[in-house]
Design a protein around this ligand. Structure first.
Ligand SMILES: O=C(O)CCC(=O)C(=O)O
Ligand SMILES: [Fe+2]
Length: 202
């Protein structure tokens, strides 16, 4: 199928200290529906524990990590098992790499079963990602609100609804100066899948 060369975008959702560009219709409705079902079925989803202030609790979502073999990738005190690329992920990765203009070594996947599942404030600033990482975030399924907050001036916030089939590219100093989160939403009853593509430096 012929791919679009240009996509409508919202350039820079954050006012300074970084860059976050949003492409709401990066995948068509048909592609998105197909990818959602494929990912739900073929990805090895697990609910993993996480250490918060030394205490182990279960993460409020399912996760999975895929990537180039022999490059381990740990975060938040757990070293996740990394699986080798599967066709659906390879296909999405190729599309995202074309637009981002760089290659990625790994993808972290999150499955939010409903509005009770979430991800708290954090930065994707692990040293293995380098100083100014490009993080490409793809969303399928239920639309959810995604929030930014400045790390030093926490009252400065931005938010966006990440829609089905969208791509958000965070780059430059974003992971240094801005935290992001996906808050719980009581009224949301349907699932969402998110993929964040990352490049691990070796
Ligand atoms: O689900 C999302 O949109 C955010 C995921 C995220 O921030 C991450 O995986 O680091
Ligand atoms: Fe993140």
């Amino acid at each position: 199928m012929q791919q679009k060369l240009f996509f409508d975008s919202v350039n820079n959702l954050i006012p300074f200290d970084g860059e976050a560009d949003y492409f709401p219709e990066f995948f068509t409705k048909e592609e998105s529906a197909r990818h959602f079902l494929d990912l739900r079925q073929k990805v090895i989803w697990k609910q993993e524990p996480i250490k918060i202030f030394g205490k182990e609790v279960m993460q409020p979502r399912l996760t999975a990590l895929y990537g180039n073999p022999d490059i381990p990738y740990g975060y938040s005190g757990i070293e996740m098992e990394s699986h080798e690329w599967i066709p659906v992920l390879q296909g999405i990765k190729n599309r995202v790499e074309d637009l981002a203009g760089q290659e990625f070594t790994h993808v972290l996947l999150n499955y939010y079963r409903d509005g009770q599942d979430s991800m708290g404030w954090h930065r994707d600033n692990e040293s293995v990602l380098g100083k100014n990482p490009v993080i490409a975030s793809v969303s399928f399924g239920e639309e959810r609100e995604f929030q930014f907050r400045h790390y030093e001036r926490k009252q400065i916030k931005r938010k966006i609804m990440l829609q089905n089939g969208s791509l958000l590219i965070m780059k430059g100093a974003t992971q240094h100066f801005w935290e992001h989160q996906l808050p719980k939403r009581k009224r949301v009853s349907r699932p969402r899948i998110n993929l964040t593509f990352r490049k691990i430096l070796t």
